[in-house]
Write a protein that binds this ligand. Structure first.
Ligand code: PLP
Length: 471
């Protein structure tokens, strides 16, 4: 690379690193969500790209002036919406180094480090999660894509002809009413079809009911369908409920179904010894997804996929064009054989930095303290007669509502979010709108949770005042 590029980089990168450090130090001073209308950023930017190159100084200035004010700050300690995703410092450094190396792990030969570090970090994580050594791991971008691979392998096991001739029309998949929408989308993408996805009812704590699963499978068998896969969730999106995996694994065995476990959010919690029990039975799953970009302090994107049947996954996906003939060495893993993507980012580098920088104990302390903060908040909610808790709090998410109308709860949510100090999301439980506080950001401290609760209480007073007597 020419010295001009490198010299320009050196100066600009130093500024950028300082900017990042200042940003992380002062992120609390930004409003969590931007005050803007859709299209505002588009309107502020030129309609065409420049004909001649611009200096980094100008680009960085515009980044700060135009881009940053349009950003939702997922690294803000007041970000308590959806599930947190922290861009932790070791991962930020690793992302920069990975971009500099710009190495592409198509197969072993195109970048041994990408392939081998992925195997090493996922073996380390497997130990942290207490999974058997037989679980083969690889990294995808998102849980949606990881689950797609689990379900594709399930189809391969049940219907090996699908690879050549397309899916049979009668394959049926089972998951709970509370499962993430990605499971249904994956069924669409794989040609299973939405009408062949059975959403099994849940109990009062939003967990799949095993008896209802058996009934649904039996009904389908009687109707000439071919049940092939069940997806259990450990840590559902709305309430973090935990499906009874041991009972579901028994049913999967009985009917020869592939068991995929979606632990995209909650999987990381298993690093904490006292939360280990949420993974009971998961060692019996055929495949599993855990997102490091949810609760392992990795920035987007890093989704970990494990399967104890890599042979079936490989059968589903291996297709080697002549120009990609791999090296003939049994120790050389070629990850392109185990999924759709050919090109592979060096995502493992950030996982390696994260695991080494925090260590198991560091991660454990962080997650444990976030679970404790959620329990504290649940206690405050329970102690205030104006509110009702809508779900148990097994991990770090609290769902609750003001005992008024959905409109009042929406008004409370809007007012809290308009403060710019915290960002909460919502869900609907038992037909009612619930506020949802998800704790998981690396920087979130007890004061931030106290502030969120205070803002909810203040907004509630306003909501009550708008509709006097509605209690
Ligand atoms: N599974 C669960 C349980 C989730 O909560 C989510 C997203 O929040 C997903 C899957 C999808 O994750 P991704 O955005 O990585 O596809």
């Amino acid at each position: 690379m020419s010295t001009k590029y490198v010299d320009d980089f050196r100066t600009a990168a130093r500024r950028a690193v300082d900017w990042v450090a200042d940003y992380l130090e002062n992120v609390r001073d930004y409003p969590v969500t931007p005050r803007m209308n859709a299209g505002d950023l588009v309107d502020r930017l030129p309609k065409s790209a420049p004909d001649t190159g611009e200096p980094f100084k100008q680009i960085l200035k515009d980044f700060e002036k135009v881009i940053v004010p349009s950003v939702v700050h997922w690294n803000h300690p007041g970000f308590m919406a959806y599930f947190a995703c922290t861009g932790s410092t070791p991962a930020i450094i690793a992302e920069m180094l990975a971009a500099a190396l710009n190495t592409n792990g198509i197969h072993w030969k195109t970048s041994p480090a990408v392939t081998e570090l992925e195997q090493v970090t996922l073996a380390w994580l497997r130990q942290w999660l207490g999974l058997p050594d037989s679980f083969f791991g690889e990294i995808f971008d998102t849980a949606s894509v990881s689950s797609l691979h689990g379900i594709a392998a399930a189809r391969e096991m049940a219907d090996p002809d699908a690879r050549e001739n397309g899916s049979r029309p009668n394959l049926t998949l089972y998951t709970s009413e509370q499962a993430h929408s990605s499971i249904e989308k994956d069924a669409i993408a794989l040609g299973i079809g939405r009408c062949n996805v059975r959403k099994i009812p849940v109990d009062a704590e939003f967990r799949m009911i095993p008896g209802a699963l058996v009934k649904a499978i039996q009904r389908d068998l009687d109707a000439g369908k071919r049940p092939f896969c069940v997806v259990a969730t450990v840590g559902t999106t709305s309430t973090t409920s935990i499906d009874p995996v041991p009972a579901i694994a028994d049913i999967a065995d009985q009917y020869a179904l592939w068991l995929h476990v979606d632990a995209a959010y909650a999987g990381a919690a298993v690093v904490v010894p006292e939360l280990r029990r949420i993974f009971d039975g998961v060692e019996r799953a055929h495949s599993l997804v855990v997102n490091a970009h949810k609760w392992l302090f990795s920035p987007m994107d890093l989704s970990v996929f494990y399967t104890r049947r890599p042979d079936i996954l490989r059968r589903a996906f291996s297709l080697v064009p002549e120009y990609l003939t791999p090296v003939d060495d049994t120790r050389a893993v070629n990850l392109m054989d185990y999924g759709v993507p050919l090109g592979r980012r060096f995502r493992a580098l950030k996982l390696w930095f994260i695991m080494r920088y925090f260590g198991r104990e560091g991660i454990c302390t962080l997650i444990r303290s976030q679970v404790a903060m959620a329990k504290k908040l649940a206690g405050w909610v329970d102690a205030d007669p104006r509110f009702e808790r809508m779900a148990p709090v097994p991990l770090s998410v609290v769902c609750f509502r003001y005992k008024g109308t959905d409109e009042q709860n929406q008004a409370i949510l809007d007012a809290v979010n308009a403060s710019g100090k915290v960002f909460l999301s919502h869900t609907v439980l038992n037909g009612k709108l619930a506020l949802r506080v998800a704790i998981g950001n690396l920087g979130t401290a007890r004061e931030d949770v106290e502030q969120a609760w205070e803002l909810v209480r203040l907004a509630t007073m306003a909501a009550e005042a708008w509709r006097p007597g509605s209690l």
